[in-house]
Design a protein around this ligand. Structure first.
Ligand code: ADP
Length: 288
């Protein structure tokens, strides 16, 4: 599957311009992390991709066919977990997935439901009412419904919200395995979610794409802009300096920070993905 997004713009009826001139190319197999602060436009982009919203301008095409002409076909090969996903509290997990399978038009759904339940590790809870589940288990039910019918294109909007650290690691591994033969797009504002598993990153802020490429390429952009230094008086006057950690030592406050220009005497450090993301977001934000 090959998705092409061409000069896409989205302005809500309120006048809010949520996306500006988005151009992207995505193809199977990939695990793509869509990163950006709250309000960046991630959910809007995902809603446009699943045809839940129509763009103000520009186009999305799937394998060369405009989305408007292949919406039905795309929906049959799509699994989508929206950010705010309503579950039916009085149904059991099995009943809920059975209902979702019927909505998706999946015939003989028993096997599909079994596979989704196994993949999300909900076998023991299959008969439990949804209202009795923990936040993490509810999130897993949301992921399970997206997996019904073995979709080729999976879109998860903030899938790790509400999961504890152990569950998040399990889900990262799960996304990575799933993406071996699929196109998986996963939005998050948590860097660890994409760090070790995504082969491509898209960073957006204020509706604009700031970066597309590999995590390694994003990290390279921050080389020479991350350092350790002892806090000095003038630091607060450097608008591009963003301190990421502060430790009290006998010599003074030892800081780690990212900046267009590091303070004098700073020792350059290898950037992490988190440093690189912060550098990109603050540099671009500051440049406006
Ligand atoms: P993200 O998912 O990155 O947090 P969203 O796509 O939800 O960002 O929102 C992008 C911008 O569009 C935000 O400023 C948000 O307030 C605005 N927005 C989102 N949905 C609507 C809507 N239905 N009507 C008007 N503005 C909206």
């Amino acid at each position: 599957m090959n998705i092409t997004i061409d000069h896409l713009n989205m302005t809500y009826p309120t006048g809010k311009q949520a996306l500006r001139d988005i151009n992207l190319q995505m193809e199977t197999p990939s695990l793509i992390g869509l990163l950006g602060p709250n309000g960046a436009g991630k959910s809007t982009l995902m809603k446009l991709l699943v045809a839940a919203l129509l763009p103000t301008d520009g186009s999305i095409s799937v394998d060369g066919t405009p989305l408007t002409a292949c919406e039905k076909q795309l929906k049959s090969s799509l699994g989508y977990l929206p950010q705010h996903f309503g579950l039916y509290d009085e149904l059991s997990i099995w009943q809920f997935l059975d209902y979702m399978a019927a909505l998706k038009g999946i015939q003989n759904s028993r096997d599909a439901i079994e596979r989704a339940i196994t993949a999300t590790d909900l076998t023991e809870k299959r008969k439990a009412k949804i209202r009795t589940l923990s936040g993490g288990q509810r999130q897993r039910v949301g992921i399970a419904q997206a997996l019904l019918g073995t979709p080729e294109f999976l879109i998860f909007d903030e899938p790790t919200v509400g999961l504890d650290p152990e569950e998040r690691i399990r889900f990262r591994n799960f996304f990575s395995e799933t993406a071996q033969d699929k196109l998986v797009l996963l939005s998050t504002h948590i860097i660890e979610d994409v760090q070790s598993v995504c082969n491509q990153l898209i960073v957006i802020d204020q509706g604009r794409i700031l970066f597309t490429g590999t995590p390694e390429a994003l990290i390279r952009q921050a080389e020479g802009h991350v350092g350790m230094f002892l806090e000095q008086r003038g630091d607060s006057e450097n608008p591009s300096l963003h301190i990421t950690s502060r430790v009290n030592t006998a010599q003074g406050v030892l800081c780690r920070g990212v900046s267009e220009t590091l303070p004098g005497g700073a020792q350059a450090m290898e950037p992490t993905l988190e440093d690189a993301y912060l550098f990109l977001i603050t540099r671009e934000g500051g440049a406006q």
